[in-house]
Design a protein around this ligand. Sequence first.
Ligand code: ATP
Length: 227
Amino acid sequence: MKQSDSSGLRVSGLCYRVEGRTLLDGVELSVSPGESVAVTGPSGSGKSTLLMCILGLITPQAGTITAGGREITGLGSARLAQARRETLGMVFQFGELLPELTPVENVALPVLLDGGRHQDAYRRAEELLGELGVPTGTTPTGMLSGGERQRTAVARALITEPAVLLADEPTGALDPEAKEGVAHLLFTTARDRGCPLLLVTHDPSVAGRADRRYELQGGILAEAGAL
Ligand SMILES: Nc1ncnc2c1ncn2[C@@H]1O[C@H](COP(=O)(O)OP(=O)(O)OP(=O)(O)O)[C@@H](O)[C@H]1O
């Protein structure tokens, strides 16, 4: 894991409005290294929008975001893309993997795209997939089970040794057994690697695994049960 400073992930005064709707209204959030935070809230309340702001894929109207000691907000597009690649790991609901590539190829891809050595990228991808219990043969990723695909997505998020791990409904497309496996993997991985985990979910049992739980509603992020 690249050394993050003690701040982990820090979101301060974050505001995002779109088409006259305020989705984020002065959101404050800190996640320490090794700590996990789950965000729940009604559909359309802006949970994914919060993650998109942290990823720098959309620009908030106000506020600052610091990840691993690096300020994400206010960077130009090239430096933002670099900061995203080096600092943030993201797991999406449907993995967002290339189905025709093998799991090793999918996991190695971020390193190769960043100019890393082919041999190192493949070796590290195989190691990670082995640790996470995914077959490393020649089977295309699209033919794996849903749980194996999500484990591959977790491995891909981890290969760059991100300072912060983000997940948007990472178990939303899984059956109950696979869901438990992937949720367990995400939370233990974050804790064991000392990586802050910010996870968005509709699933109370997944949210219940987090160290802290928040609800986003009407633009306000508050501790679960406080709204
Ligand atoms: N660029 C945009 N233009 C118009 N509306 C937008 C834009 N971006 C987001 N929205 C709207 O903002 C709202 C919040 O979307 P978001 O995906 O963040 O919600 P969510 O809480 O993650 O929802 P879900 O739980 O259903 O995934 C939605 O109503 C969405 O349609």
